[in-house]
Ligand binder design. Structure first.
Ligand SMILES: [Zn+2]
Length: 451
């Protein structure tokens, strides 16, 4: 089809598109899809075009799979066209004032309605929090399909953008963030740090230690990288401080034995609980030194506390990304490469001990399960990269895993900077000037903006 000269006014343009889309679908307007044109369409039209492009791409990929021996040339060509058009539409959507206004308008309405359910969601047993929130959220989705349809379209556009920039598409993480943005926790993070008195008899001794610990944790949180503290803030984490982990959750004391026969809680500096979004921090742990069991401070300085908090937060991130460390193929390959090269390395006993927690048993490590060892490596490397703390670091021993983990950390840093409140919003400068090639330094200031 030969491109026709386009109508000058937005109103005429929209009418032309409406007719064309109704008659022949997306193919009728494909040639016309430039950012400048898309920027002048209605929000409804932009959403529809984004969805139809996705469907077309899906159809295309299906025929690619089934016709492996045939001539795939035309299908590839079609796919390339669709992808180029999608980029143009993403950029156009970011520039479109109607999309922006409509997203804000609907967001306000939905958030206002969610507000009535907020108390109900957060009060009640902690281990049922996600169920209560899920139910309340499903009702919102059912009642406000136009907002969620638009949100999904913008989420996909954002993920395309992240992918193009060499970062990680966030997928369901967007939906999880949106849920918590709709039903924010009732209390701010600093009010969600609770002290556990392990033994009423010893209340004085421990309350002195614990209240000092409380202050230390508050100070550590205040200097965490903002994307880590924002994550803990918005996902409603509670932080439990106690003498020992076993006093918080007896299960850890009895069921988590490590290979050297000590219980897990004897040596852990912190625990992340998936089902309740609680992070447990112990005041001290027990260590065997020259045959004697000694009690040591779990965290001797602010850096230690920051490392533990960030490590545990990254277990939470891992989960919100659909267990990235377990399911990402890139991570699996990278971790395997690291394990292989560690086997050939001549490590001294100190080094072996230092990395044991991040290797499976059959590689001289502590964990029976390679999946658990890998998730620990992800959390620890991620914390070292996020904080830029490399004293006694394990990152040098896991250089391939560190590359994959580094992409996750940079994506989080980026997304929490540009979408601070869980809602997606595209900015006109979004797609300009950033591509894989200039994503060389993970710390380079970004020219990409999601506002
Ligand atoms: Zn861990």
């Amino acid at each position: 089809m030969k491109p026709q000269p386009l109508p000058y006014t937005a109103q005429d343009l929209r009418r032309t598109f409406k007719r064309a889309l109704a008659k022949k679908g997306i193919d009728a307007v494909l040639d016309q899809l430039t950012p400048e044109v898309v920027a002048r369409l209605s929000c409804h039209q932009v959403t529809r075009i984004l969805f139809e492009l996705d469907e077309e791409k899906y159809e295309c990929s299906k025929s690619l799979n089934t016709s492996a021996n045939d001539n795939n040339g035309p299908i590839h060509k079609r796919m390339n066209t669709l992808e180029a058009k999608q980029k143009a539409v993403n950029l156009g959507a970011a520039m479109n004032p109607d999309v922006r206004a409509e997203y804000r308008r609907l967001q306000k309405i939905v958030a206002h309605e969610a507000d009535n359910q907020r108390g109900h969601v957060w009060r009640g047993p902690r281990d049922k929090l996600e169920q209560r929130m899920g139910r309340a959220f499903d009702t919102l989705v059912y009642d406000h399909t136009d907002f969620f349809r638009l949100h999904t379209a913008l989420t996909r556009a954002s993920d395309d953008t992240l992918r193009d920039a060499g970062m990680l598409p966030l997928g369901f993480f967007w939906t999880e963030r949106l849920k918590y943005a709709m039903f924010p926790p009732l209390k701010p993070l600093e009010k969600r740090i609770t002290l556990h008195m392990p033994d009423p008899e010893d209340e004085n001794y421990f309350s002195v230690g614990l209240s000092k610990f409380h202050t230390d944790v508050l100070e550590a949180i205040a200097v965490l990288p903002p994307f880590i503290s924002r994550f803990l803030e918005e996902f409603g984490y509670d932080i439990n401080l106690a003498e020992r982990l076993g006093h918080i959750d007896p299960d850890y004391a009895t069921n988590h034995m490590t290979s050297d026969g000590r219980s897990f809680e004897d040596s852990a500096k912190g625990v992340h609980s998936d089902s309740t979004s609680i992070i447990d921090l112990p005041l001290f742990f027990v260590k065997q030194i020259e045959g004697q069991m000694e009690t040591l401070d779990a965290h001797t300085c602010n850096d230690d506390l920051q490392m533990t908090l960030t490590h545990e937060a990254l277990h939470g991130v891992d989960r919100q990304l659909g267990y990235f460390s377990k399911n990402s193929r890139d991570m699996a390959r990278a971790y395997q490469r690291d394990l292989t090269s560690l086997r050939d390395m001549d490590l001294d006993p100190y080094e072996k001990r230092a990395i044991a927690y991040f290797r499976p048993v059959n590689d001289g490590g502590k964990h029976e399960s390679a999946i658990v060892a890998k998730s620990e490596a992800f959390a620890e490397i991620g914390a070292e990269l996020a904080l830029g703390m490399f004293d006694d670091a394990i990152t040098p021993y896991f250089s391939s895993s560190a590359q994959v983990t580094g992409v996750v950390i940079e994506t989080l840093r980026f997304v929490y900077t540009h979408c601070p409140n869980g809602f997606v919003m595209l900015d006109p400068s979004l797609l300009t000037g950033r591509s894989k090639s200039n994503y060389a330094s993970p710390l380079a200031p970004s020219s990409l903006k999601l506002a």
